[in-house]
Design a protein around this ligand. Structure first.
Ligand code: F6P
Length: 547
């Protein structure tokens, strides 16, 4: 593998940012705010109903100017245009990256190798809508004639995290007479617990897998088939009424026994982690209905258009991406905490983990050169206010710099006494406390004993973004997800990496297949791994044998 000084770190804007960082590293947010009373209103941007306050980052106008210059030098505009034009920007898989086509309105046109993909997208959406209407109205019945009341999505990674997150996020809009479960883990417990109280005759499985070869999903799908057959008298014909598939792989779907008429298609130009708005969102559409699903797509599209057309200085995903680069590469922040103050977004951090880390957890540039700078930070989080009573201690007073994204909505979906005002008070209080802290003088003035002062002071100067939307609805969810998708892409462009492949998941998969056969075979053959792995395999086999 080639190693060389990267282009990135020799770019004029990068060099200028390095020098600028040296001037800024000791500067306190307290003084930045004191010196500019307009900062809290000027360092904000708003588009598509999403308000971003980035004033509590350790930046000045110069920082922004240099970051924007860096984006220009890295050719961000051309890369955005290339993505939207269907260029094969996923170079290691020779694929286009067209999740934006999934939410293009009818009548729009996006050409891929000369073929307009938008009509295909809408044909699948129409097929999904038709199926959802039939199932939700009870026209589609199970094998015994009973109405389907339970939906179990079987998938993993992008074929699970998006659907679960969206189901939880849009629960308010869902049909509460139906039950939705999500099975992903190859741990049998996941499947067993998901179906233990379900009636097979009223249950539909959606096998969601882009490749239809993923070990976890196919193992769960086969167990589901057995469970169904066992519950419905063993008649293989039952599968037709109780299984549908979402995949790009029609031959494998047929091999499994699902009629391709009941397969909802998507395409290799949709990455797994960018697929919740494709047919992979079938469970979402079943839960909230086609209209709400289309509203979510229009939210995505609004943010796509903003990303594609807005000047970078006012472009929300670009600003967020550049600030992430600033915090990560210059301040050395290794993680980003995502803190939704909205219970319905409880799975949003988990969803973002795949989106961000599978995309930007890369150590070589597009041409295979090892990077000499940090790439994708670790994303993690929990909904507020729960996190406050758990890990916020470290964010406020620990030794690590953890930039935070606070996400909140001015209206709640569940008005209840003072709850929402108190929730929002916590959002604003946390961002204020992180930025400005509490000085030793303030702690003393509050009457603290001298020996307690160092324990009770808050240094502050901890960066955060605040993202405010009006109300969590399908449109808002689409906008929020697209905001992060494009911020991830922006970061990847600056780092010159391929945000759309995921070779890093392959090695473990291959080894697991080999070890699985060693665990299951009765032979005493030498395993040929390292001494630790050999020993662990032997130990497991012995304990399994003695059961
Ligand atoms: O973990 C790797 C991965 O390929 C993800 O990118 C993807 O979302 C997941 O596996 C599931 O893949 P599939 O939809 O093909 O089953």
């Amino acid at each position: 593998m080639a190693t060389a000084i990267s282009f990135l770190t020799t770019r004029p804007a990068w060099k200028a940012l390095e020098a600028h960082y040296k001037e800024l590293q000791k500067v306190q947010l307290r003084s930045l705010f004191a010196n500019d009373p307009q900062r809290g209103t000027s360092m904000t941007a708003e588009a598509a109903g999403v308000f971003l306050d980035y004033s509590k980052n350790r930046i000045t106008g110069d920082t922004l100017r240099l970051l924007l210059q860096l984006a220009e030098e890295c050719g961000l505009r051309a890369r955005i245009d290339g993505m939207f034009r269907g260029e094969k920007i996923n170079v290691t898989e020779n694929r286009s990256v067209l999740h934006v086509a999934l939410r293009a309105p009818k009548g729009a046109s996006i050409l891929l190798d000369g073929v307009d993909v938008v009509p295909q997208v809408h044909a699948v959406l129409d097929k999904m809508a038709d199926f959802c209407n039939r199932l939700r109205s009870g026209t589609w019945k199970g094998h015994t004639g009973k109405r389907i009341r339970n939906i179990v999505n079987i998938g993993i990674g992008g074929s699970d995290l998006g659907p679960v997150m969206a189901y939880e996020a849009l629960k308010q809009y869902s049909d509460r007479t139906m039950t939705f479960r999500f099975v992903s883990n190859i741990d049998g417990t996941d499947f067993v617990e998901a179906v233990r109280d379900l009636e097979p005759s009223e249950t539909l499985f959606i096998v969601s897998s882009k490749t239809f070869t993923t070990l976890e999903t196919m193992t769960n799908a086969h167990s589901a088939r057995q469970w169904l057959l066992a519950g419905l008298g063993g008649d293989a014909k039952t599968v037709a009424k109780h299984f549908v598939a979402v995949s790009t792989n029609a031959p494998e779907v047929t091999k499994f026994g699902i009629d391709v008429a009941n397969m909802f298609e998507f395409w290799d130009w949709v990455g797994g982690r960018y697929s919740m708005d494709s047919a992979i969102g079938l469970s979402t559409m079943l839960a909230v209905g086609p209209e709400h699903f289309r509203a979510m797509l229009s939210g995505f599209h609004e943010m796509d258009e903003h990303f594609r057309t807005a000047p970078f200085a006012r472009n929300l995903p670009v600003l967020m991406g550049l600030l992430a680069v600033w915090n990560s590469n210059f301040f050395g922040a290794e993680t980003v905490a995502v803190l939704p103050y909205e219970q319905y977004l409880k799975r949003f951090p988990a969803y973002l983990q795949q989106l961000t880390m599978e995309s930007n957890g890369k150590r070589v540039t597009l041409d295979g050169t090892a990077v000499d700078y940090q790439t994708g930070p670790v994303y993690w989080g929990e909904p507020g206010t729960n996190g406050q009573h758990s890990f916020y201690q470290l964010i406020h007073q620990g030794t690590k710099l953890v930039p935070c994204d606070f996400i909140a909505f001015s209206e709640t979906l569940n008005p209840l006494g003072r709850h929402h005002d108190l929730l929002m008070a916590n959002v604003f209080a946390q961002t204020e406390a992180l930025a400005f802290g509490r000085s030793a003088e303030q702690v003393r003035a509050e009457g603290a004993a001298e020996w307690l002062v160092p324990h009770r002071l808050f240094e502050g100067n901890r960066p955060s973004n605040t993202i405010l939307l009006r109300r969590l609805n399908p449109e808002a969810l689409g906008k929020l997800v697209a905001l992060y998708e494009h911020s991830v892409f922006t970061q990847g462009v600056i780092w010159q990496i391929n945000s759309f492949d995921q070779w890093g998941v392959e090695l473990g998969k291959v080894l697991a297949q080999r070890i699985a056969s060693e665990l299951e075979s009765g032979s005493e053959a030498k395993f040929g791994h390292d001494s630790s792995t050999n020993n662990l395999i032997r130990r497991y086999r012995t304990s399994k044998g003695s059961r």
